[in-house]
Design a protein around this ligand. Sequence first.
Ligand code: ATP
Ligand code: MG
Length: 443
Amino acid sequence: IRMLERHRLERLAGNTSPRVFEMEVFDRDGNLVPLEVKTGPVLKDGEIVGIQVVARDIRERREMEQKFLQAQKLEAIGRLAAGVAHDFNNLLTTILGYVDLAMVDASEGLASPDLLKEIKAASLKASVLTQRLLAFSRKTVVSPIVIDLNAAISDMGKLLKRVIGEDIELIVERAETELAVRIDPVLFEQVVLNLAINARDAMPEGGKLVIRLRAVDVDEDYAAVHEGISPGRYHELSVSDTGTGMSREVRERIFDPFFTTKEAGKGTGLGLSTVREIVESQGGHIIVYSEVGKGSTFRVLWPPAGEKACSVRAGGEQQWLGGSESILIVEDEESVRTVLKNGLERAGYRVFTVRDAHAALGLLGSGQRIDAVLSDVVLPGGLDGVSLAERIRTMHDGVRVLLMSGYAGEVVIDGGRLANYRLLQKPFAMNELLDAVREVLDS
Ligand SMILES: Nc1ncnc2c1ncn2[C@@H]1O[C@H](COP(=O)(O)OP(=O)(O)OP(=O)(O)O)[C@@H](O)[C@H]1O
Ligand SMILES: [Mg+2]
């Protein structure tokens, strides 16, 4: 006991009322240990004959308090990230829109298509970044569908090769049977990319990256040693590398947000925490094996979907669907408004634009013929896109509504209202917008 504390205890000896306070003492090894101390007098015939001291080790409680603070800090960061992602998405919608328009020019020999393709690739990469931020802060709208893991990996072939570079050999072992899993395909790609990029970073001198897909049966024994996993059949994605491997200390922390061993500017430490969040939100599990100097394997176990996979999105060729109807764009961000107007006009539509819901209702009330309203969910002026859509439904029956959002906050989470409308997630490519517009017009 330190001197200061000793004086405190001695002073209490003459005190008749019970006390509770915290103090610190050294243990045998010289570590400072926080204690919660309760003292009270021991009385005999009304006389104080002693002092009773009960001390409790509160190291665990202190640790919990620390963790709670940490969690609060993370929550704040998550909120910040969601805000950043929102603005970033608006920017990307603009870039992607212009790029798509310029690509049409390019096909007529007016600009260099190669350069434009690069711009588009870079923009898409940036959009993956925002999706990552959004997924991290749980504010993303996920649209799970049933996919076949084999097909999904095949689709990523080119992308994976580009990401891992030439010094690393990529081996993909597919399963012979379909591996149906219910997940948002964008999130699935994010999982694979994050694991592949980590593997690449662990093999600066080159090596082998093996992606294996198969159906596995988890038995009682295995489940017993892996917390949270129940026995049964799973569809597995495993990503193995022949890289540096991880020490136990590193392995224990890899899923912590912001934990990274990479130099500043290289890693954010959000990769694996995002992966785990995605995997677990879909009822999956992730297990890590690693040996220093040999390499690492990340196994992701997904619950089988129990139904056949949808055919994979038809990528590649752009097909521009147009029309001649009148469309009203409600969007407060000028650059987004302009690019959307341009795109829709090129597809043949007659386009009006306003920047908030009140102006939109004004125009609709003026008798101007509007066939569809394309509105952002988050709008200034106190009336959001969903409320606007609801008013349109009651007052202007027949006018179609298409909502777009880069950030679906509480509206989506406490559910329902938004679910009644077709929603386009920003950023989107021009052909996606045109498809969606045609779809609501024809519905
Ligand atoms: N395949 C691997 N081999 C060796 N170490 C790995 C591997 N995957 C992850 N790690 C370790 O886990 C840490 C955390 O990974 P995580 O993906 O979360 O963040 P990061 O890769 O450092 O940064 P970010 O993914 O945000 O760019 C890495 O810094 C690295 O030390
Ligand atoms: Mg990473």
